[in-house]
Design a protein around this ligand. Structure first.
Ligand code: NAD
Length: 237
């Protein structure tokens, strides 16, 4: 199976990687939908409600309590999956990473062309004056993080009910449409519109590397049910 993957990689020059929360579980960040994921832990209010625009506006302090505890993982380091993708890009084989993750670990590993569909915890802006703040400002605030002007600082993370950034979305569509191989990994493919991006792929090989089955397994040329880091680590660049 890994030989089939290596063969596809060897014959590709415009690989695009489309990933989700499962790419970072080997870095210690829980995903949403696995058994040990965030959605299966018990909260008074479900995570998908807390991470919504309405909840952010109406229960800002509670939002930040959850966000700081469960979404900020500033201690996390890139794993073998992030590192191999950066290596493939540096070697001129991989054109782009399209990710649903907000943790910034692809960039930390050295990836440069990264489309962050759902934003990043590392960018934060005052809702009032637009001033930018580093993530430390959010991490170190005891309560609601506030700008010098008094405005609430909001992470540049796409919450439920919020639209995706147009430029990021169209860049991701272009990258996927131009790819000769699309590797999909670490995503349950249940969050839209992100999951719908797969339909723009018209290249030669669709590869799926995921721990559990996904709705796209049936369309893939190669399906590997395994851990993203372990599988990608076997690739020779
Ligand atoms: P998801 O939680 O819905 O699904 C994760 C998928 O990854 C599952 O199918 C699981 O089987 C698989 N998986 C888990 N560990 C894996 C591994 N080591 N190797 C391969 N596959 C593995 O995640 P999603 O589809 O990305 O959707 C969740 C949403 O939550 C996204 O929008 C994302 O923005 C957000 N999120 C981000 C982070 C992060 O930035 N690290 C973490 C949690 C959630």
């Amino acid at each position: 199976m890994y030989q089939a993957l290596q063969k596809i990689i060897d014959n590709s020059s415009r690989i695009v990687f489309f990933g989700g929360a499962g790419v970072s579980t080997e870095s210690g960040i829980p995903d949403f939908r696995s058994v040990d994921g965030l959605y299966n832990q018990k909260f008074d209010v479900p995570p998908e409600v807390i991470l919504s625009h309405t909840y952010f506006m109406e229960h800002t302090a509670e939002f930040f309590r959850f966000y700081r505890e469960k979404m900020l993982a500033l201690w996390a380091k890139p794993n073998a999956a992030h590192r191999k993708l950066a290596e493939l890009e540096a070697a001129g084989r991989l054109a782009a990473v399209v990710t649903q993750n907000v943790d910034g670990l692809h960039q930390a590993a050295g990836s440069r062309n990264v489309f962050e569909l759902h934003g990043s915890v590392h960018r934060n802006y005052c809702r009032n004056c637009g001033k930018a703040y580093p993530v430390q400002k959010i991490a170190e605030s005891a309560d609601v993080p506030r700008c010098d002007c008094g405005g609430v600082i909001k992470p540049d993370v796409v919450l439920y009910e919020e639209p995706l950034d147009n430029d990021v979305m169209s860049g991701a569509v272009r990258a996927i449409a131009n790819a000769d191989t699309l590797i999909v990994s670490g995503t349950s493919l249940t969050v839209y519109p992100a999951a719908g991006l797969l339909r723009y792929f018209g290249g030669d090989h669709l590869v799926l590397i995921n721990r559990d089955e996904t709705p796209a397994d049936q369309y893939a040329d190669l399906v590997i049910h395994g851990k993203a880091g372990e599988v990608l680590d076997t690739i020779r660049v």
